[in-house]
Design a protein around this ligand. Sequence first.
Ligand code: CA
Length: 206
Amino acid sequence: MTTFAKVARYSIAVVSIGLGLATAVAAPAAAQTYQWTDPAGDMWSETTSDQPAPEWTNADVVHERVTYRLHVVMIRSKFTDLRWDDGMTYLEVIGGYIRTNEGRNRMIFAEYSPGDQSVSAEIQNGNSDTVRCGPTAGIDFDANTAWMRIPRPCLGNARWIRVYLESINSTYDAKVDDYVEYGDNAMSTGGFGLYPYASTPRIHRD
Ligand SMILES: [Ca+2]
């Protein structure tokens, strides 16, 4: 998917869905970590319209953990299932937005590359320009997990951040003879691409 398409998708105004359906578990005495569960079976598909796709399990988020340490933000995602199948066009295991107390907006992308079997990480600013700050990402298909490491310079000198997370993948569907995009909003059971209406509470730097 092109960057433009990603931006266009994110910019679509969708109904506001907060964190009410997520189970937030803030680690005691560690305000810099915020983690929560997301239900299994709550993915959506997008073709001509968005609709629930509970039968789809690939990259269905079940747990997220965001940690903001002094020099880095770490995101760790766990899924019901995680795989690369023939017919898939892309697998964005971690995507979303980070907003900072300094007013910065960052789009984040961690996308699997089947060619070299690695995960590329990218950060973009509010103008969709790449922020060259050394993000990295990884994937473990056996464990159904992925992670993304975001050095603090990607975020300026943010004292706190708020994060929206999702996963998106696309595959060919012979029934409709087209590629179908599947996504999981990690903040709720609603459709994906809900920024800026859904996000974590403030996660403070360690
Ligand atoms: Ca889910």
